[in-house]
Design a protein around this ligand. Structure first.
Ligand code: NAP
Ligand code: ZN
Length: 350
């Protein structure tokens, strides 16, 4: 075992404190990564505050990790010391089920291992659960490590490891592209990257935000239209407009109002994960044969494809870089939708 500096919370309403954690000795396929930047995803907040229940403490969140390879295990072939790499939401999966064999580790039938708060044998991580990227070093099996193209800064690339792939995967799956009307609901960490990616794919993009306060930014990120959902006229004007709506909102929404904005055969994809239930009026589905679906991150191959796409289209996250002693403050600002558009922790401050 080696040690790493980290920031952890010890209870749902606790503050982040500096601590020292253990990382396993390298197994043949392991990669040791010096973390340079760790993005703050709203899922980190849901978990740290036990909003999804089942959080184990001390909890070290962080699944938007960008860094440099510091050492490799004896059987590693894809990475060398000094490589620029990223780690996202998963660090392992069974590798044997039909989904893993098809390269869709995010759907692993036996449950993939999350980068933090995921169950692992005690010999892999003291305590029996994973600790994430708010730390100076991580050890990850090579299949779950991706390469960050040289043209992307590690800081603006870090959020792509979760926010980027979470939007890229459904936008690809539901064929966002020329001739398609795509709406992005909520322009926070996920949403702003979604606007950039959907626009780069060639779709006509509309942002549905609570207010018009970020309109200028949305248009700069590539949206053609920007509407405030606090204005009731928005829902009348945009009725039956969209082929695809991706909902990134972290709180409960009146989902029927959004379903009615879909045209025939349109799909609303849930990405945001508040703890509550959805209530859908059957007529909003039967009328116009609309679909309601969801999506969770993307596969490892797709994550690499997304990073290459972002490099090609010069897409990085819009970030505010902070030191680790400001994590609590950053969480408050994310919850208040006061983030433009992703906080990234400088790992030099761990
Ligand atoms: P975020 O930066 O906080 O963005 C969420 C946005 O939702 C806010 O910026 C705000 O956008 C809007 N919003 C917040 N509260 C709202 C409310 N009460 N009513 C209406 N709109 C509201 O969060 P994020 O990191 O993008 O994550 C968003 C959600 O996705 C979280 O629940 C997270 O856990 C989940 N997530 C899911 C996956 C997946 O694989 N499915 C992956 C990562 C994260 P405006 O200011 O523009 O209105
Ligand atoms: Zn995330």
């Amino acid at each position: 075992m080696s040690t790493a500096a980290a920031y952890a919370v010890t209870s749902p309403d606790g503050r982040f404190e500096k601590t020292t954690i253990q990382r396993r000795d390298l197994l043949p396929h392991d990669v040791l990564i010096d973390v340079r930047y760790a993005g703050i995803c709203h899922s980190d907040i849901h978990t740290a505050r036990n909003e999804w229940h089942g959080t184990r403490y001390p909890c070290v969140p962080g699944h938007e990790i960008a860094g440099i390879v510091a050492a490799v295990g004896s059987a590693v072939t894809r990475f060398q010391v000094g490589d620029r790499v990223g780690v996202g939401v998963m660090v392992d999966s069974c590798g044997r089920c039909e989904f893993c064999l098809a390269g869709e580790e995010q759907f692993c039938a036996n449950g993939n291992t999350m980068t933090y708060n995921g169950t692992v044998p005690e010999e892999l991580q003291a305590g029996g659960y994973t600790l994430g990227g708010y730390s100076s070093q991580v050890v990850v099996t090579e299949h779950f490590v991706v390469s960050i193209p040289d043209s992307l800064g590690l800081d603006v690339a870090a959020p792509l490891l979760c926010a980027g792939i979470t939007l890229y995967s459904p936008l690809r799956h539901w064929n966002a592209g020329p001739g398609k009307q795509v709406a992005v609901v909520g322009m926070g960490g996920l949403g702003h990257v979604g606007v950039k990616i959907a626009a780069a794919m060639g779709a006509e993009v509309t942002v549905l935000s609570q207010s018009l306060s970020k309109q200028e930014d949305g248009l700069r990120f590539g949206a053609q239209h920007y509407y405030a959902t606090s204005d009731r006229k928005t829902f009348r004007e945009l009725r039956n407009r969209f082929d695809l709506i991706v909902n990134t909102v972290s709180a409960d929404l009146p989902i029927n109002n959004y379903m009615r904005l879909l045209k025939t055969d349109g799909t609303l994809v849930i990405l945001g994960l508040p703890d509550g239930d959805l209530s859908v009026a059957p007529f909003t589905l039967t009328n116009y044969r609309r679909s309601l679906s969801g999506s969770t991150i993307g596969s490892i191959a797709e994550t690499q494809e997304m990073l290459n796409f972002c490099a090609e289209h010069n897409i990085g996250a819009e970030i505010e870089t902070i030191s680790a002693d400001r994590i609590d403050e950053a969480y408050e600002r994310v919850v208040a939708s006061d983030v433009r558009y992703r906080f990234v922790i400088d790992a030099g401050s761990f």
